[in-house]
Design a protein around this ligand. Sequence first.
Ligand code: AMP
Length: 306
Amino acid sequence: MSLTVVGSIAFDSVSTPFGERERMLGGSAVHFALSASFFTDVHVVGPVGDDFGEEHFELLSSRGVDVADIERVAGGRTFSWRGHYEADLNVAHTDDTQLGVFADFEPKLSEASTRADVLFLGNIQPELQRRVRAQCATARLAALDSMNLWIETTRDSLLAAVGEVDCVMLNDAEVRMLTKEPNLARAARALMEMGPRIVVAKRGEYGAVLFTANGFFALPGLLLEDVRDPTGAGDSFAGGFLGYLDMQGTEHPSEAALRRAVAYGTVLASFNVEEFGTERVVRLTESEIGERYEQLRAMTHFEQPG
Ligand code: AMP
């Protein structure tokens, strides 16, 4: 069992009502990999620049993440993103995106990365996602995330990428935007008609909805008293979801396994948002994950009519 992820490896500058940070380690692939590392072996694919230090490689390696396919481009700059959040943390604004070394990146995956059972195409240019998808032809489960920028600027490529995966994980607004269908249930069905058999619509602090041919399953988010920075919540969710499914080791996960995967995604995302960037997840322990999973189960359980 192993999982390969391609996505942004970034320096994030973030401002929320609870504080600010400059150039923290972030990016879709980083948040995803740290979260998935609690469940399975993770290979990260992507470029970084000269400004990416040994300490950043070490942070990933300390969680057992394989960094052999992180390519350091001499003279290049690491992808960077600057954004801020409103008092309602569900509302994010991008202030600046610098693709840096991602602009000319040609992925060449190692043998170990191409052999992964599960593949996550994290948020990055869709053509790049497709080139990695083509190299991981034997993955049992391939999933994709994206964002409004790529829906607006590279829609056709993104639709082609959607047709090449088993699972799409997007925010609910992005599911509607990509399909041009305002109703979420219909929009999810429209995505499934393009090929994927699983659609996960993420809904920020309100949780996530899983759509399959059997219907839907919705879980609320954990109601936390301390939320400081939602950056990377979606990727942490995806890491918990796909990491757990890879650990289960089945090609066609059962409905029950998919539901547990949604719960693990919800749990990992809940830790991610408690502090800035990767601060909380790097200190996380398996027992904390288990405790919060039980809290989520208790919170969502109710009895038959008495
Ligand atoms: P999310 O899970 O949606 O909060 O993802 C946040 C992460 O996405 C941040 O760590 C950013 O570095 C990264 N990000 C923001 N914009 C882009 C973009 N256009 N392409 C790839 N990654 C991005």
